[in-house]
Design a protein around this ligand. Structure first.
Ligand SMILES: Cc1ncc(COP(=O)(O)O)c(C=O)c1O
Length: 502
């Protein structure tokens, strides 16, 4: 047992010393009463300053592991707790007390939504999942066969934490087609864009830090930022995207870690940020020195015309971190997403990714690479655009036919969602339950809000259900509204939404 210090290590020397003694005291190798070497002697033998040893011993004292008395040296203290008596019965361990606190109700919401994917009898208008029948089975099967033939067992092996190099190069090409010049070293492959958000939160957020989110926003992002114990400050979204006027006010009063935005076919509002807003948002970011996290998962899902360039494409000063994924167009089960950002932050995120799960699935990365290089991805994206456009139109005409008396909505130009303001006097909870009784699932708008408050919105997704199911679902939902409105007591009436949103 010899204390050896490493002068090249990032950890300061006094901590190396305290760590050495801490471990041995806790393991019992140094028993109570054991006398630690005098500070001067230890300093001399290690060739360090005496203050370094004093700082190390001060840490051990603060941890109540040793006590120092003038003239008596520094001794190991007795253990602070006695061994508990052997119990007759083993008490159940209270795991819920051990785990870090969570927002149980909110966490459950996300969990229940994912679980709905296995439901067979319900018309799912709540889910932002791609349609199972639009997953390109043949294309994927062929890509798997090609990858296994051409890349052999390597497809089943570990790869670099930042992602398979050739795949990142292919992603670089995809990014340049999206107007972003970015090398492979500015890209990190993630297990879906959900993980991209989680890695960003782990790398950037300290508990209590402020993060600006749109109101409403993607509920999975709220989950991540809350888990990181961020303080969430909201900025409303209107038909042109995030309100830069509100953001400017926020930025004059606080210094958030970043602004999280979905400029292109926002989840849930469907809003598309105008080119003018994009420029204004970047100008604000530069003025206040605030990074922007741009979630562009729906960018390729446009139905009328292609969206304006992404914030990352417009950014000339390295302020934007961009995330996207193949979940919505190819298959969510592949779990392939990516981050594109300035080199310095990508390097840091690679370390965080490594700690989280070493790397994204090698096989999945190679499958997607094959589809990018063969042109299969681009062809499939064009094909699904028209299929989802038909579903969007089906939902719009069903709403026009049935919901004019009880809801208001905007036609989304892309993405998967209608964000409906319910004008009928029904609390959303009551409506959700009444819809569920008619085998229709909808997402209460409150799930997408960072601030708890009465809200009159629901999110209706047109991606998962087919054209006929969508019409049927809206008919059932309308019946649910009628039924619920008739049963609501005046005191339960839905408050008029305070958020004009869109
Ligand atoms: C806006 C947004 N970001 C991220 C995700 C996460 O997607 P994935 O992790 O499957 O890439 C979703 C999924 O619905 C989403 O809507």
């Amino acid at each position: 047992m010899e204390l050896r210090i490493d002068r090249g290590a990032p950890r300061p020397i006094y901590q190396q010393i305290s760590q050495f003694y801490r471990t041995r005291i806790l393991q019992g190798a140094l028993p109570p009463g054991f006398l630690l070497p005098p500070e001067r002697t230890l300093a001399r033998s290690l060739g360090v300053n005496r203050t370094t040893v004093m700082n190390a011993y001060a840490e051990l004292k603060a941890d109540r592991l040793v006590r120092g008395r003038v003239g008596h040296g520094t001794r190991v203290l007795p253990t602070s707790r006695d061994l508990p008596p052997r119990p007759r019965e083993i008490a159940p361990l209270r795991w819920s007390d051990l785990a870090r606190p969570s927002d149980a109700a909110r966490d459950q919401e996300l969990h229940d939504l994912l679980a709905l994917s296995e439901s067979r009898d319900t018309i799912l208008l709540s889910l932002g999942f791609p349609a199972p029948e639009l997953i390109p089975r043949q294309l994927l099967d062929d890509a798997v066969a090609t990858v296994l033939r051409d890349r052999g067992p390597g497809a089943y092996f570990y790869g670099p934490a930042e992602g398979v190099t050739s795949f990142r190069e292919a992603l670089g090409d995809l990014m340049s087609a999206r107007g972003v010049v970015c090398g492979a070293d500015e890209i990190l492959v993630t297990s879906g864009s959900q993980q991209a958000l989680d890695l960003l939160a782990r790398a950037l957020i300290e508990p209590g830090d402020t993060v600006v989110v749109e109101e409403p926003t993607y509920l999975g992002a709220l989950h991540v930022f809350r888990t990181a114990r961020a303080r969430l400050v909201t900025v409303p979204v209107d038909a042109d995207g995030l309100s830069v006027d509100h953001l400017e006010h926020v930025l004059t009063r606080c210094q958030p870690k970043f602004v999280y935005t979905l400029p292109t076919y926002q989840n849930p509002s469907g809003a598309l940020m105008s080119p003018r807003r994009r420029a204004q948002l970047l100008a604000l970011a530069y003025r206040f020195g605030i990074p922007i996290v741009e979630d562009d998962i729906y960018g390729d899902l446009w139905y009328d015309q292609a969206p304006p360039p992404s914030l990352r494409a417009l950014d000339r000063h390295g302020y934007v971190i961009y995330t996207s994924s193949f979940s919505k167009i190819l298959a969510p089960g592949l779990r392939v997403g990516w981050i594109s950002g300035p080199r310095a932050i990508v390097r840091r995120l690679v370390q965080v990714k490594q700690a989280a799960d070493l790397q994204a699935s090698t096989l999945s990365q190679m499958i997607v690479e094959q589809l990018l290089r063969s042109g299969g991805y681009a062809r499939h994206a064009a094909a699904v655009r028209s299929r989802y456009a038909a579903r969007r139109d089906a939902m719009e005409s069903a709403l026009r036919k049935r919901a004019r008396g009880w809801a208001e909505w905007n036609r989304p130009g892309g993405g998967f969602y209608f964000w409906c303001r319910v004008t009928a006097p029904v609390p959303i909870g009551v409506l959700t339950a009444a819809a569920a009784q008619r085998d229709v699932s909808i997402l209460p708008g409150a799930a997408c809000l960072a601030e708890e408050s009465a809200d009159a919105h629901i999110r209706l997704s047109f991606s998962f259900a087919g054209v006929e199911e969508i019409a049927e679902g809206i008919a059932h939902l309308t019946a649910a509204v009628r039924h619920a409105s008739g049963r609501v007591r005046p005191s339960e009436r839905q408050p008029v939404a305070t958020r004009p949103l869109i």
